[in-house]
Design a protein around this ligand. Structure first.
Ligand code: IPD
Ligand code: CA
Ligand code: CA
Length: 279
């Protein structure tokens, strides 16, 4: 992991140092497992909800390691992880884990993938860690203590004009069956902004908003593990998160405060039945 001395110093001064250092150690080792499979012939995959939604051997191996380590270090904590059923449902502390975010990229040999861990206390996000091992990018945030990228404090961008904005989005896995598939929103936003990107990793999209690399990001039908760490990063970096739907899991817009209402206005013109909430 890069900039290890700066990171150690931040961790030592955090009121949640035990959780943060455990999460950092776990994602670092999980990253090594992922890299062991990346661009090798040993990777197998299977389909999940649709033919776009896949899981690989690497997702499963990484998840196994992450769950074992959490259970060993914090036996009373709960765990919600993408490929497994919940552990300790009633626990006050919960780890929300995406063992491989960006599986389609990973499976095709594209380097934009990460491990994402959010830790919540009674449903309130307290720690978020996102590690992209191939890119050597480590992002983390602690509630009320700020957000960091490779050991340096980060802040959302201050881009205020749509024409200057670089914005990310994604398409839901049920895009073929469900007409609420974001294509209309893409056609409305794309002409207005400098650049529209689809990286294929929700956690990194959010981390990049937190770091100011993206000015905004929206996506429909995400899951808790896609956003648990990234949403905390965005808020701790001074950004805003809005909910775009009440009936489609986590459908969110993340942006800096100068841009958020402009993009929200455009997104909401596309569907009269849509409603939004500041969350
Ligand atoms: C997916 C990625 C993708 C987003 C999907 C997510 P996964 O996570 O974050 O960018 O468009 O909605 O499910 O399946 O690779 O963990
Ligand atoms: Ca994911
Ligand atoms: Ca995943």
């Amino acid at each position: 992991m890069k900039d290890i001395d700066e990171i150690k110093n931040i961790v030592a001064n955090s009121q949640h140092r035990e959780l943060l250092s455990a999460a950092l150690e776990i994602v670092e080792n999980a990253g090594k497992i992922l890299l062991g499979y990346f661009r090798t012939d040993g990777l197998t995959f299977s389909k999940k909800s649709t033919s776009s939604d896949i899981v690989t051997l690497a997702d499963k191996e990484t998840e196994k390691y992450v769950i074992e380590r959490i259970r060993e270090k914090f036996p009373s904590h709960g765990i919600v992880s993408e490929e497994s059923s919940q552990i300790n449902k009633e626990a006050e502390w919960k780890w929300i884990v995406d063992p491989l975010d960006g599986t389609t990229n990973f499976n095709n040999g594209l380097p934009v993938f990460n491990i994402s861990i959010g830790i919540e206390y009674n449903g309130v996000p307290v720690v978020g860690v996102i590690y992209a091992p191939y890119l050597e990018e480590i992002f983390f945030a602690v509630k009320d203590e700020g957000a960091y990228f490779n050991g340096r404090k980060i802040h959302v961008s201050n881009t205020g004009a749509l024409e200057d904005a670089v914005v990310a989005t994604g398409l839901p896995y049920d895009k073929k069956e469900n007409p609420d598939n974001n294509l209309e929103e893409v056609s409305i936003i794309a002409p207005e902004v400098r650049g529209l990107r689809r990286l294929g990793s929700a956690a990194l999209d959010l981390a990049y908003v937190a770091a100011g690399f993206f000015d905004a990001y929206w996506e429909l039908d995400l899951k808790h593990w896609d956003i648990a760490a990234g949403a905390l990063l965005v808020k701790e970096a001074g950004g805003e998160i809005f909910s775009l739907r009440l009936n489609r899991n986590y459908s969110i817009l993340a942006a800096n405060a100068s841009l958020s209402h402009k993009i929200l206005g455009l997104l909401l013109t596309s569907h009269s039945r849509k409603s939004s909430n500041h969350i």
